[in-house]
Design a binder for this molecule. Sequence first.
Ligand code: MLT
Length: 312
Amino acid sequence: LGLVGSVQAADPYPSKVITMLIPFAAGGPTDTVGRLIAQSMSKDLGQQVIVENLGGAGGTLAAGKAARSPADGYNIFLHHIGQSTAPSLYRKLSYNASTDFETIGLVTDVPMTIVARSNMPAKNMQELLAYIKTNKDKVTYANAGIGSASHLCGMLFQTAVGVDLTTVPYKGTGPAMNDLLGGQVDFMCDQTTNTTSQIKGGKIKAYAVTTKKPVASLPDLPTLDKAGLPGFEVGVWHGLYAPKGTPKPIIDRLSKSLQTALKDPSVIARFAELGTEPVAQDQATPAALRKHLDAEIARWKPIIEKAGQYAD
Ligand code: MLT
């Protein structure tokens, strides 16, 4: 007798919608990066990659949810440098930022900008530093909670300037931008993926970029290193993850899809408009993100301990 009945071929992956969890509110820089690559990955995978936003606790709420999501290839997680700073900022986390995740690949490294409400009197970074020092008891600084990139930049800024600022936390710098536009908060350090259009539209004032090199799409902005805080540098790298235990063939398929998205001309063009660019193809790999994540967790630990800003 031949083989009776048909051997059911395993479902080809992906056979249904994939959810990409974003650890900050919609409309912010992480959401912008996430939606861009999700749209492109959907085309490559032949299944929708849908974005789900979960803000709170500087991105650690979503990181915990991602760590506990089913390791079936239908749950992925986009996070930035905050994945490497949270282990030092939070005395207790509901997850281990390194061992609870499979790495899929690095995505992009986004510059940050020092921006203020449009009626801020300071005309340049030197005047802004003077204004902040003179008004340190009433100046308000917006961020997206301890663990966010805006918090990290603010922590480095306060240490460099030697002031303790009143910070106003939001579920993302999308909502924070609304208050900056309305003048309800004085200034913030936020990614070009969120500030570029408002700067070009003259809706907020911009003083400097936080990268060593100037940002081509914001040519009038000096680097902070040159404009007032020598040695100040912070870039917001982004990585794509899946929960630990997601099968390797699925991780490899997702990494290939990420690499395809990062070669997509529309993704490259939109990143360029927003002041950033995709990582090189050999960085959009599980090994490259694993190496970078573990190096960054180690690098930020002493810096954060010295700054002494923790979440309880
Ligand atoms: C966001 O997407 O809202 C930002 O990444 C928040 C932050 O990290 O500053």
